[in-house]
Design a protein around this ligand. Structure first.
Ligand code: ATP
Ligand code: MG
Length: 419
């Protein structure tokens, strides 16, 4: 037997209602906030991610699914949604004359990681991106959209943590402060962090290595190094969130995984799903679009991991909508009646009724058992007698009651039973 690849999962038919519920909630929220769906390719030129995610990130350093295609081009399966959305924006810039452009996506993403609960090699993200505004209202709108999404799913326990990591100017001063702090500890730290020390010391704060985390505990905090503009921007975002009654804490340790984040960064974190507690992360990336060659356009977005949301909802006993069950099962006593049942089922479906019939050649007894198993609300069995007189007994499964109904009236009968 050939097994499923490590770190991937099938969505089984029984899980579909849960996934569809989360996806529908995502679409509903995106739409009332004015975001339109985009779809970008599952693979892109590798360079898009090394530039757009940043070559000092874990994603680019360790986690990408990169390969040469038959034309010897290096391509990579998308590890996240932002870079592709930015490429789409830049490439179609002419079509977006009035900003902001507000886009959302539901997409698979691929990262070569060590699989654990809530950490997969293929996972799924719901994300929003807003291109064109550098104002605190844009940050607040995106954060509130994320908050609305989580609340609609019944996830009240995820805490919002926010931070500002400033602009190039504040970051340069902060990098110096971090370097002076980390320099004497370099030999206690992991090899990657020693590299980060040279290239992007901010990334050290995101290291998952215990030793590095310990050293980082007393590192200087970015919030003390913000320039006046960035500090005022951060105050603006916080005050809008307060005004809207959104609870948050400032966590100066949040730096996020991507290199091109600026100013606002945020995460929704839950302690209900163990180590993989971040269900949603986002931030502002005012330099990314120019990095990809699209000029000076500020942007902000977030992405939420669907598997982690489902895990969290499962752990908290969330109520999911039930999957659809047949409104009626039309059984038959013999081969000839089964043909009539087949036509009846087809007609009911044309009238938009979820109907089922026997496809397996089961006995009447087995058909009744099966109809019950799939949760059919009504059951009718057609035989020679029913077909000749044009009426049949329709059984309401919930109330164990039977009623004689004209076969030509079944559609009306079922539709009336809906209300
Ligand atoms: P982590 O710190 O847990 O590795 P991250 O910072 O790498 O997360 P992001 O790049 O911000 O994650 O991705 C956004 C969201 O996507 C995360 O908050 C999480 O819910 C989800 N996510 C990220 N990586 C995985 C994965 N390997 N498996 C499942 N979900 C993931
Ligand atoms: Mg990660």
């Amino acid at each position: 037997m050939i097994n499923i690849p490590k770190g991937t999962k099938d969505m089984l038919p029984g899980d579909a209602p849960k996934w569809q519920y989360v996806e529908k909630t995502a679409r509903d929220v995106a739409e009332i906030y004015g975001f339109k769906e985009i779809r970008t390719p599952v693979f892109e030129h590798t360079e898009l991610f090394s530039r757009g995610v940043g070559d000092t990130t874990d994603i680019v350093n360790k986690e990408m699914y990169t390969f040469l295609d038959k034309g010897d081009r290096s391509v990579t399966l998308k590890p996240e949604g932002t870079a592709g959305a930015v490429r789409m924006f830049v490439e179609n810039r002419g079509e977006f004359s009035s900003l902001p452009l507000k886009a959302y996506y539901l997409t698979p993403a691929f990262r070569y990681e060590r699989p654990q609960a809530g950490r997969l090699r293929e996972f799924h993200q719901f994300g929003l991106e807003m291109f064109g505004s550098d104002r605190p209202v844009a940050d607040a709108e995106v954060i509130i959209a994320a908050d609305t999404f989580l609340k609609r799913l019944g996830i009240e326990g995820a805490k919002l943590e926010i931070n500002s990591i400033g602009c190039r100017e504040c970051r340069a001063r902060y990098h110096e402060a971090l370097k002076s702090y980390f320099r004497p500890h370099l030999d206690e730290m992991c090899e990657l962090c020693r590299e980060r020390f040279e290239k992007n010391p901010l990334r050290i704060l995101d290291c998952k290595n215990e030793e590095c985390k310990k050293v980082a505990e007393n590192a200087p905090e970015i919030t003390d190094y913000l320039c006046d503009d960035c500090a005022a921007h951060f105050e603006g975002v916080k005050s809008l969130l307060r005004k809207e009654g959104i609870n948050f804490t400032v966590n100066p340790r949040i730096v996020r995984g991507l290199d091109y984040y600026t100013r606002t960064v945020f995460e929704f974190v839950s302690d209900d799903i163990g180590a993989q507690g971040t269900v949603c992360g986002g931030g502002r990336y005012d330099y990314l679009i120019s990095e990809i060659g699209g000029g000076n356009v500020p942007a902000i977005g977030f992405a939420a991991g669907i598997e982690r949301l489902l895990l969290l909802m499962g752990n908290r006993g969330a109520k999911f909508p039930e999957g659809a069950v047949p409104e009626i099962y039309v059984g038959a006593t013999d081969e000839k009646s089964n043909e009539e049942a087949f036509s009846l089922v087809a007609a009911l479906r044309r009238a938009n009724i979820y109907a089922e019939g026997d496809l397996m050649g089961r006995s009447v007894k087995a058909q009744l058992k099966y109809a019950d198993k799939i949760g059919a609300k009504y059951v009718v069995i057609l035989g020679e007698r029913e077909l000749s007189c044009g009426t049949a007994m329709v059984r309401c499964m919930k109330e164990s009651k039977e009623e004689s109904v004209k076969i030509s009236n079944l559609e009306k009968y079922i539709k009336e039973a809906r209300s």
